[in-house]
Design a protein around this ligand. Structure first.
Ligand SMILES: NC(=O)c1ccc[n+]([C@@H]2O[C@H](COP(=O)([O-])OP(=O)(O)OC[C@H]3O[C@@H](n4cnc5c(N)ncnc54)[C@H](OP(=O)(O)O)[C@@H]3O)[C@@H](O)[C@H]2O)c1
Length: 267
């Protein structure tokens, strides 16, 4: 199976390159970097700290789609819409590890998903995806008797908030509570905030350090007891592991919009 990697010289892209090259049965078909960046033309394996394999990092994503069965995207969100259009044209499935999507990205995902399989995966770590499932279940069981706060820790480089993962956690809690995200989400508390509503979902976006050490936590506060459900990653390699699993899973899937919950078969 041939896998291409967008953002191949980035922190996560390099992990993905290493995973593909060390997994029997997988072939690294190619990869891209930011057009005009110094990474273009570098050997893709050498850029990831491995022995050169004679495969240069390309500037043209269409060229990588042409030689890939699936592409994993860990470039930046400024390139995602173009990548989705090309995926649809080439009818090659794409795993979107990249995050930071706005409304235009949502539209592009929906359009591309009519023509090819798109896995939207703002967090590819198994523990985090499993934590989301349990946050939803616990929210459903406690149904408003406990106050839910979501606390996410991202590294200092993450240039926006909330992260896609943070919103996924909020959505999981909201589904469990049976409320809509927009009616429940409390992003800022400052000044005369009034009494907390039972269906509020507070969100806290902590930033600091570098990966590893990201954590995604749902905290349920009762009157005299607390439940915490956390997905914590301690190595950046887990993101690459999840992305490669998603690439293997999505090969041959019908056009559609998928998520890591389906990839990991979490029900
Ligand atoms: N899904 C997950 O679990 C997960 C995990 C980790 C990260 N992420 C997300 O993945 C993305 C990358 O994160 P990172 O930490 O690896 O960032 P990074 O180290 O900055 O890597 C991004 C790479 O993409 C390159 N790039 C920029 N524009 C491009 C384009 N048009 N085509 C191809 N490559 C392009 C960048 O090149 P330059 O440096 O030259 O601009 C850089 O090498 C972010 O959105 C991040 O939030 C998701």
């Amino acid at each position: 199976m041939r896998i291409g990697v967008f953002g191949a010289a980035g922190a996560t892209g390099k992990e993905v390159v290493r995973r593909i090259l060390s997994t029997p049965g997988l072939v690294l078909s190619g990869g891209t970097g930011r057009p005009k960046s110094a990474d273009i033309g570098k050997d893709i394996a050498a850029a990831a700290g491995l022995k050169p394999i004679g495969l240069p990092i390309l500037a043209d994503p269409a060229a990588v789609f042409a030689i890939s069965d699936v592409v994993i995207d860990f470039a930046l969100s400024s390139a995602t819409i173009q990548h989705l259009k090309l995926a649809a044209k080439a009818k090659v499935p794409i795993v979107l590890g990249v995050t930071g999507f706005k409304a235009a990205h949502r539209t592009a995902i929906a359009q591309a998903a009519k023509k090819t399989a798109v896995v939207e995966a703002p967090n590819t770590a198994y523990a985090v995806n499993l934590a989301m499932v349990y946050i939803e279940r616990v929210a459903r069981v406690l149904a408003g008797d406990f106050d839910i706060e979501i606390v996410t820790v991202g590294d200092r480089k993450l240039p926006f908030a909330p992260s896609g993962t943070a919103l996924q956690l909020v959505d999981a809690a909201a589904r469990g509570l049976g409320v809509k995200r927009d009616n429940a989400l409390v992003k800022v508390r400052d000044g005369d905030i009034g009494v907390r509503k039972p269906t509020a979902i507070g969100l806290h976006n902590i930033r600091g350090g570098i990966r590893p050490g990201n954590s995604q936590r749902g905290i349920f506060f009762g009157d005299s007891e607390v439940i915490e459900i956390a997905g914590i990653t301690s190595s950046p390699g887990v993101y690459a592991d999840g992305a490669v699993i998603a690439a293997q899973w999505v090969k041959g899937k019908r056009p559609g919009h998928y998520g890591m919950r389906e990839v990991f078969d979490l029900g």
